[in-house]
Each structure stands twice: as structure tokens, then as C-alpha cells.
Ligand binder design. Structure first.
Ligand SMILES: Cc1ncc(C[n+]2csc(CCOP(=O)(O)OP(=O)(O)O)c2C)c(N)n1
Length: 575
């Protein structure tokens, strides 16, 4: 059975025509015509998540895991606004999600009707495409709606991918169904095209490259992409460029350790910035691609020592001048760019090759020095957040998936070498603490691998509704580092001395994750000392779990801050 409403039939039929099959539904009556139609057509995988904020983040994790667009469907009113935080994240990270919100006819808006707000273009600051479909069912209106639905899907799935919104008003009756097959509508097909750098621009790029002795490539957050990583590393090897990569760039997940890549860049750059060191690492030419870079120190270093030339390679032509030195934008996929440029590279003279090797060696020696300093602190460190994160990253299974919460988990991850073969994910588009667990749950539900999500206590408690659905999978390992509040703020020395600190920043509390684990049927283990932690880490990754498992690690604020300070002081010392 499907809805009798032709608008609902059209939307569902065209999504099917575009090969989009996964739908996350939050309950409500106004969206009923769409629910009946999705569910009546057996080709869709429909899932229910009640809390729309969590549903939207869940959809994001799912879309990342299956590398396909996902549909979100909710009722009218505040339900729609609860999608907003995740939509901002989709937009910044470039995740293709088709958001469907049900609405009342426009003539009932602002007429004291129930569950009614103005939903036109409600996500306007962070959506790639937005339209309200016509209410009428005349042939012309239905044709117009088909055009809008096709436009929305094309927008979500081409260029820089991203979220799109169709607001769909329905007349009553909302739940009348008919026993007919879904109409078979043809999509408007958008053919794939290949972008190529024009010859003269390529020549300018190659000449600039040839004239640069210190070439730096920075890769921001990216999904694992083997062809891209391979062409990038080949490019670096061929040119003598140095690659700076954080775990979220996911280069390590597809490429074995390569010495052209500097991993713990945050530590290296932090030291350079604080010590007023090292203008000799200033690049002549910078090439960037990917999304956000987490490290503040990288940004500070390059803003202090800007390159003369900066090429940014990305799917769209936005001006993204993170390092205040942007000179060229190449609006094409980084994979296509490196693959196209690679065969045209000319061999360089011995002298240039030596100078470029010196540049790489200089970065490597800095890296080596900070690694030694970090190891020295770890060896003598008390049981603290730093110690726990260090042990955790050393023991997470390779070839698994790691979801990093904001902020300590993602920041401590920068200080550790990436787990080889592991995929790193995190909501760094907007760095919210509000949906990390939901995203991980959505991802894990469609993943064959072990999925470890690492969160602080505030992030876990904020998003505990992530556990309120039927899709918790046994491959899920949740690690909550409970330090009794937002310890990340304690790392800011002036802030932590403020009389406002404990209440308004740290948000000190004594809530445990245990009752949440019990309420949602998870196994629970905990540790508050080094020995128990090591034992429970073995339990966490034992292979015989038939439920998701939550490990709560209890650490002490004062020890955490003391250890962190030791680490930072140690990094600053000249050794
Ligand atoms: C939705 C949202 N609200 C507020 C913030 C600001 N914020 C950043 S980190 C943080 C504290 C995180 O605390 P916790 O999850 O316990 O992690 P840890 O202190 O260990 O870093 C807050 C409130 C945010 N990023 N997102």
C-alpha cells in the first residue's frame, strides 16, 4: 500500500529512479503520506529514530559508511529545526543528504494552527538547495515538483556534495493509502563530466613548481580515498614535496607509512610557533586540499611564515583562504588534479633535488625530536587523560574505524601516530559536541569493522539519545573519558584561573555513564587506574561481544591539567 497523494508518490518514485534507498524517519503525522509510500515500496531501507537531532547525525554516519546519499524525513514544526545542527555539519563536510520536511498548506501558516512554523528555506545558511513543492496536484504543478526534486538530487550529488531540502506541504487526508504500484517516473539524468586543467594553466603550475625549493602539501579532513592518496604520495615523491597530514585526512588508512608524510604536525608546529623557530621551514609553495585542519598550530605557523604561492584544490570555486596566502583556486577534485599533473612532471636538477631533500629532512628531524619528547612524558606520566589516550591509540585494532569526539579526543589524536589502516572520522565541519555518538552509531550500523567512538563526558551525555534506537550494532565500542566536565577548557591557562571557570566553562558534574549503558542495554565496564584500564582495554576488544560495550574511564581534572602542562612544557624545551 502507498499513499494516495500524488506528490508523495512522485518524491519517492524519483528518489528510487536516482538509486537512493536509505531513509531515516522520525515519527509524526504530517509526514504520513511519505512514510506510507516509502514503506509501501519494498525497495527502501526505512529506519526509525525518534529524536530528530540524533536522527540527522545518524543519517550522516550512515551516508559516510555506505558512500551514498541518505534521506531524512520528519514532521512539521520544531521537528524540522532539530535537524539544523547536523545539516550545518553536512554542509561543511560535504555529505549528501536529502532532507524532506512535511508541512501544512501555506495558507495555514501563522494562523494559530498546531505544530506549524514557517518552514520555507528554514536551513538557508547551510543548505545547497532548498524548495517548497507546490501543494496543487494539477499536471503543471506536478511537472514543476518533478523538476524541483531532480534539481535537489543533482545538487546534493554533484560538485562539492552536500545537503538539500524539500519542504512538502500536504492537504488532508494524510493517511489514505491505495493498493497500486508506485508510478514509474523517469529521472532527468545528469551525465558525469571530467574536468581538466587547461594547458596554459597547467604550464604555469608546473613552472611555479619547478621554481619552488620548499613545497608543502596540507591535506585537511577527507574520507579515505585510495586513488587520491596514491597519486598524492606519488606526486610528493616525484617532486620532493612534504605532506603534512592529520589522522582525519585518512592518508594512513590507505597508504603504508611513507617518509614524505609528517604525521604529528600539531606538535611540530606548536613547537615552531611557541619558540619563534623556524623560518627555514617556511614553504615557497603551498598546495592544500580537503576540508578542515584541526591543528591551530599549523594555521599559526603558516600565517606567521606564509608561502609566496598557495594553490587550493577543491571541488568548487569557493575562496577558502585559511592561511591568508591564497593565490590560486583549482576547482576540480584533488584526485583528478594529481592524476592529471603526475605524468607531466619534469625531472629536476640534482641541486634542486638536494635542496628539496634537505627541506623534508628538516621537517623529519623536528618530527623526530617532538616524538621523543612526547614518549618521555608518557613514560613517566600519572594516570591521566594524556596517558589514557596514548594507551588507547596504541591498542585500537588496525583496520578498524575510529570516531573522534570534540574536543579532547580529536586533539589528543593529533598528538599520537595514526592507527595504521584505521579510518578516522569526526564532526569537524562545525566541531559540535552534540552529535558525535549518533554519527558513530549510524556509521557502525552499516559497517563490518570494529567501530570505536571516543568521547568526553559532556559530549556523551549531550548525545545519549544516540543510544535510543534499534540500530546499535555489536561492533560498537564506546569509550567515555569521564573527567567530570569539559577539561579541554582547563588547558587554556588564563581561562582556568577565572572565577567563572568551574561553573560556566568546566561545567563540573558527577554523572556517570553507567545508568545510560543499563537503560539502553549496553555492556558496561569501567577503569580509574592504569592497571584496570589495561585489563579492560583487552575486554573492550575481545571478539565475543553480543552487545555494544561502553568503557568509562574516570580521570582526575587536576592530574589531567598537570600532565598536559608537563607535555607542553617539554615540547617547548630545546632538546
Ligand atoms: C553543541 C556544542 N556546544 C558547545 C560546544 C563548546 N564545547 C567545545 S568542547 C566542549 C566541552 C567538551 O567536554 P567533554 O565532552 O567532556 O570533553 P573533554 O572535556 O574531555 O574535551 C564544549 C562545551 C560545542 N563545541 N558544541
Amino acid at each position: 500500500m502507498i499513499s494516495s497523494q500524488p506528490q508523495a508518490q512522485q518524491v519517492v518514485s524519483l528518489l528510487l529512479a536516482h538509486d537512493i534507498y536509505d531513509v531515516i524517519i522520525s515519527p509524526g503525522s504530517r509526514s504520513g503520506a511519505l512514510v506510507h509510500t516509502f514503506n509501501g515500496c519494498k525497495k527502501f531501507n526505512c529506519r526509525t529514530v525518534v529524536d530528530e537531532r540524533s536522527a540527522a547525525y545518524f543519517a550522516m554516519g550512515l551516508a559516510q559508511a555506505i558512500s551514498r546519499p541518505v534521506v531524512l524525513l520528519c514532521s512539521s514544526g520544531t521537528a524540522t529545526l532539530n535537524y539544523a545542527p547536523a545539516i550545518a555539519e553536512f554542509y561543511q563536510q560535504g555529505i549528501p543528504i536529502i532532507v524532506l520536511t512535511a508541512d501544512r498548506p501555506a495558507y495555514w501558516i501563522a494562523q494559530l494552527e498546531n505544530q506549524c512554523i514557517n518552514q520555507n528555506d528554514i536551513y538557508r545558511n547551510f543548505i545547497k538547495y532548498s524548495a517548497t513543492l507546490p501543494l496543487e496536484t494539477t499536471e503543471k504543478s506536478l511537472w514543476f515538483a518533478r523538476r524541483q526534486i531532480n534539481e535537489a538530487i543533482h545538487s546534493a550529488t554533484t560538485g562539492k556534495l552536500g545537503p538539500v531540502h524539500l519542504n512538502i506541504p500536504f492537504e488532508e487526508p494524510l493517511h489514505k493509502t491505495v493498493d497500486t504500484p508506485l508510478p514509474n517516473l523517469a529521472k532527468i539524468a545528469l551525465l558525469s563530466t571530467q574536468i581538466a586543467l587547461c594547458e596554459s594553466e597547467k604550464q604555469i603550475f608546473l613552472e611555479t613548481l619547478a621554481n619552488s625549493l620548499r613545497i608543502l602539501i596540507i591535506v585537511g579532513q577527507l574520507q579515505p580515498d585510495k586513488p587520491f592518496c596514491q597519486s598524492l604520495v606519488d606526486f610528493a615523491k616525484c617532486t620532493g614535496a612534504v605532506i603534512l597530514a592529520e589522522p582525519l585526512a585518512n592518508i594512513h588508512s590507505t597508504i603504508d607509512n611513507s617518509d614524505v608524510i609528517i604525521w604529528q604536525v600539531d606538535n611540530v608546529c606548536r613547537k615552531l610557533v611557541e619558540s619563534g623557530d623556524d623560518a627555514s621551514l617556511r614553504p615557497d609553495m603551498l598546495i592544500t586540499c580537503g576540508n578542515q585542519v584541526v591543528s591551530k598550530a599549523i594555521k599559526q605557523f603558516l600565517r606567521t611564515y606564509p608561502p609566496s604561492i598557495h594553490y587550493h584544490i577543491g571541488a568548487d570555486n569557493s575562496v577558502i583562504d585559511t592561511y591568508q596566502s591564497l593565490t590560486h583556486i583549482v576547482a576540480m577534485s584533488p584526485t583528478d588534479f594529481f592524476v592529471q599533473v603526475l605524468p607531466t612532471l619534469e625531472p629536476v636538477s640534482e641541486q634542486v633535488r638536494h635542496q628539496r631533500e634537505d627541506y623534508l629532512e628538516h621537517w623529519q628531524s623536528k618530527q623526530h625530536a617532538v616524538n621523543k619528547q612526547c614518549d618521555a612524558v608518557a613514560e613517566n606520566s600519572d594516570f591521566s587523560d594524556w596517558w589514557v589516550y596514548q594507551q588507547l591509540f596504541a591498542n585500537i585494532p588496525s583496520d578498524s574505524v575510529i570516531h573522534l569526539g570534540n574536543s579532547s579526543p580529536v586533539r589528543y589524536a593529533l598528538m599520537n601516530k595514526p592507527v595504521q589502516g584505521a579510518i578516522y572520522l569526526g564532526n569537524r565541519g562545525t566541531s559540535g559536541i552534540d552529535g558525535s555518538l549518533s554519527t558513530a552509531v549510524g556509521y557502525a550500523s552499516a559497517s563490518e569493522k570494529i567501530n570505536t567512538v571516543i568521547l568526553g563526558d559532556l559530549s556523551f551525555l549531550y548525545d545519549s539519545n544516540a543510544l535510543w534506537n534499534h540500530y546499535l550494532s555489536n561492533n560498537l565500542r564506546i569509550v567515555v573519558v569521564n573527567n567530570g566536565g569539559g577539561n579541554i577548557f582547563g588547558q587554556l591557562e588564563t581561562l582556568s584561573q577565572s572565577p567563572d571557570f568551574k561553573q560556566y566553562f568546566l561545567a563540573e558534574h558527577h554523572v556517570s555513564a553507567q545508568p545510560f549503558a543499563k537503560a539502553f542495554g549496553l555492556d558496561y565496564i569501567s577503569a580509574s587506574d592504569a592497571e584496570t584500564f589495561k585489563q579492560e582495554l583487552t575486554t573492550l576488544y575481545a571478539t565475543n561481544h553480543n552487545k555494544p560495550i561502553l568503557l568509562e574511564v574516570l580521570t582526575d581534572y587536576a592530574t589531567n591539567i598537570k600532565t598536559y602542562q608537563q607535555l607542553i612544557n617539554n615540547l617547548h624545551e630545546e632538546k
